[in-house]
Design a protein around this ligand. Structure first.
Ligand code: BG6
Length: 246
């Protein structure tokens, strides 16, 4: 049923790139912020400007992770160290949190002006999961999760949210650690083996694999099926509608 092995009682959905087409919106906002930062950094240090690669560097260092971890992991890969600062740093601050807040301004502006596209196959899958009596949670690193679920009308299908805000308030480790998915399974009173994880990010499928979930479904929106498999996806689909067929 719904492409799931028997015994699965809950669906734990990532948001950006799985339910909504917001992975691309995040990637564009990251590029806007990092390119501005990297241009200034290159001028100050007398080095050549090398733009942020919104595909390869986004997928490897940023996608699926909590905001500050994405900033830190990308800068580390480029050999750049900045002080962490604090979450309330202004967007102009040259800190990990400052850059994260600058990116958040960009992503919120884009969400407001461009709107959010819902993958129709995902909406249908959520409805089918509800009809089948499966529990439904959204497990996302994004602190903008509630807003996106509200503006898209998807909130009505979701029973539990573990997001970027929960990570901060409950002191959870973000993806690729399995903690956010484990918290969602626990919230339903279920074992990880009784829950399926739906993820488009490499960090997310790694989290599903290390948490020993009953099924890890990789959702390939950008042609990275092989990487999703090698990071731990049991199956890879291009759209959740494919799972409705079996
Ligand atoms: O900056 P936010 O909205 O809290 O989101 C953090 C991360 O959330 C993830 O869901 C996205 O895949 C990342 O691209 C994003 O950076």
């Amino acid at each position: 049923m719904l492409g799931l092995p028997t015994g699965i009682q809950a669906c734990l959905f990532d948001l950006d790139g799985v339910l909504t087409d917001t992975a691309a919106v995040h990637a564009a906002a990251w590029k806007e912020m990092f390119d501005e930062f990297l241009r200034d950094y290159a001028t100050q240090h007398g080095i050549a400007f090398q733009a942020f690669d919104a595909r390869a560097e986004y997928d490897a260092y940023v996608d699926g992770k909590p905001r500050a971890n994405g900033v830190r992991d990308f800068l580390t890969a480029r050999g750049i160290t900045l002080p962490d600062g604090t979450p309330d740093d202004p967007p102009s601050a040259m800190t990990v949190n400052g850059l994260g807040n600058r990116k958040n301004q960009a992503v919120q502006r884009r969400i407001r002006t461009e709107g959010v596209h819902v993958f129709e196959g995902s909406r249908r899958y959520l409805q089918a999961a509800e009809k089948a009596g499966l529990r439904r949670a959204v497990v996302s690193s994004s602190a903008n999760t509630r807003e996106v679920l509200d503006v898209t009308g998807l909130a009505q299908y979701v029973e539990q949210i573990v997001d970027g805000v929960t990570i901060r308030t409950d002191g959870l480790k973000g993806k690729p650690a399995p903690d956010t998915f484990l918290a969602a399974a626990k919230g339903f009173g279920l074992e990880p083996s009784q829950a399926a994880v739906y993820e488009d990010a490499l960090a997310g499928v790694s989290a599903g694999r290390s948490g020993r979930f009953g099924q890890v479904i990789g959702v390939d929106r950008v042609g990275q099926a092989a990487e999703l498999k090698s990071h731990g996806a049991d199956v890879v689909v291009r759209d959740l509608a494919e799972l409705l067929e079996n």
